[in-house]
Design a protein around this ligand. Structure first.
Ligand SMILES: [Zn+2]
Length: 445
């Protein structure tokens, strides 16, 4: 232990064996040991005594739209990674769409990495995209280090990222299964969406009726069937429909290689409380009724839903108009996700250990980041320091993402992130940031 440089001591450390008082030894950016609380601090090491603030592994958010380059009026690596750091997130994986170019070829991936390199306040990885016509790009993108491939079954919202029909989905999935890659899918069935009553205007009830649960349920069912047939790995993005849960649970029980995420807004906001005209609540699939939300929480508790990610998907404020048909669909949750989920989780009787499992351990496992997602020897010294009982009221002006539109404005949340650490360095504390110290991550490294 003579090379220990830093010891973080807290009365509550969320370790892989649960919460306990401990001292965490760090050397060269790596956790070297989780020691008893009162372990002697090696000479030459710096002690950081966190008191009763909780030491968590930094969160790993595998669903973020950074939009850089190309739509940097919406967001960018500088602002997104600062918002993430302020929210206790130490790794994000960027979605392949809404940037220009989208991450659908190795050349485009190279462009994205160049843009991100000197702006990343936290570690950043990349998803690739599976489009009609880029089948031959999937293997090279996999070899270049993307964590998997995103596909849509219905229109994505941007013309340069078209959806796959069932036939193309099958061919892309077969190709990806050939190198044991991961396909992640926005699962809303286009035929069900076309058949639903689509009415524009400011009424949330009309918007909700246009994005029915049945569209998600049908898409999830067909995806599960394809995965089962090909023995392929698939991941259901941002599940909102509780009605899809029984078929997912049954598929998992049969050994189908399917994982599922949901998002803070589906877990903490309800359709009943969305005011008409409040398109800051618009996202696809939509925020549904309170009774549906209970099903999502139940599924997190029983493991049918694996993890919670933000789907941070911002736009400029002017695209968030009061008409639900034309407003940009997306909720910007990076900075508030931990507090939002923790506030509702504790109300429902869950502990911080559960939140860490959903938002760090399992997301890291989803993308194979075995140095992330837990406080144990050998992992990166990435931490969030949280005052779990402190409250704050969400002030949009205090948010770090580029366009501080938020569905959480005015809400009082539990859990204040005091500091965020990346490989043993404090990169965020008390509203301030260091220079960017994030690295660009590739699958398997
Ligand atoms: Zn998304």
């Amino acid at each position: 232990m003579s090379d220990t440089e830093l010891v973080l001591r807290s009365t509550r450390v969320i370790t892989t064996e649960g919460a306990r008082a401990a001292s965490v030894a760090v050397s060269a950016g790596t956790i070297t040991a989780v020691l008893p609380y009162d372990a002697a601090v090696p000479s030459g090491a710096r002690l950081e005594d966190l008191g009763d603030d909780v030491l968590l592994p930094g969160l790993v958010d595998t669903h973020v739209h950074v939009n850089d380059p190309g739509r940097t009026a919406w967001e960018g690596f500088w602002t997104a990674t600062r918002a993430a750091a302020a929210g206790g997130i130490t790794t994000l994986v960027d979605m392949p769409l809404n940037s220009l170019p989208p991450t659908t070829t190795v050349e485009h991936l190279r462009t994205k990495r160049q843009v991100a390199a000197d702006k990343a306040h936290i570690d950043v990885g990349f998803w690739g995209g599976a489009l009609p016509g880029n089948l031959e790009d999937l293997r090279p993108l996999h070899d270049a280090g993307v964590f998997g491939f995103k596909a849509f079954l219905s229109p994505s919202g941007v013309d340069e990222f078209p959806p796959l029909d069932q036939d193309r989905l099958a061919r892309s999935l077969a190709e990806i299964a050939g190198f044991d890659g991961l396909l992640i899918v926005h699962a809303e069935d286009p035929h069900h969406l076309d058949a639903a009553l689509r009415r524009g205007g400011p009424r949330y009830a009309d918007f909700l009726a246009g994005r029915p649960r049945a569209a998600e349920d049908a898409a999830v069912a067909s995806l599960v069937a394809q995965a089962e047939r090909l023995h392929a790995r698939v991941h259901v993005l941002h599940l909102s429909s509780g009605d899809a849960l029984p078929l997912i649970a049954a598929a998992k029980a049969r050994g189908v290689r399917v994982t599922v995420e949901t998002c803070p807004h589906y877990l903490t906001l309800t359709a009943e409380e969305v005011p008409d005209g409040a398109s800051e609540f618009k996202c696809c699939p939509p925020i549904r009724e309170a009774a549906n939300q209970d099903l999502l929480w139940q599924a997190l508790a029983d493991g049918t839903i694996d993890c919670v990610v933000t789907d941070h998907s911002p736009s400029t404020a002017d695209l968030k108009t009061g008409d639900f048909a034309t407003a940009w669909g997306g909720i910007s949750g990076l900075q508030l996700s931990l507090a939002a989920v923790w506030t509702e989780a504790r109300r429902r009787g869950h502990g911080l250990e559960d939140v860490v499992r959903w938002m760090s351990t399992r997301t890291a496992a989803l993308v194979g980041l075995d140095r992330k997602g837990a406080i144990e020897a050998g992992r990166d010294a990435d931490f969030a320091v949280l005052a779990p009982d402190e409250t704050f009221t969400v002030d949009p002006a205090a948010l770090q993402h580029r366009n501080p539109v938020t569905a959480y404005a005015g809400r009082t949340l539990n859990g204040v992130v005091k500091s965020t650490w990346l490989r043993g360095e404090r990169v965020f504390a008390d509203g301030g940031f260091t220079e960017p110290k994030g690295r660009l991550l590739t699958r398997g490294h």
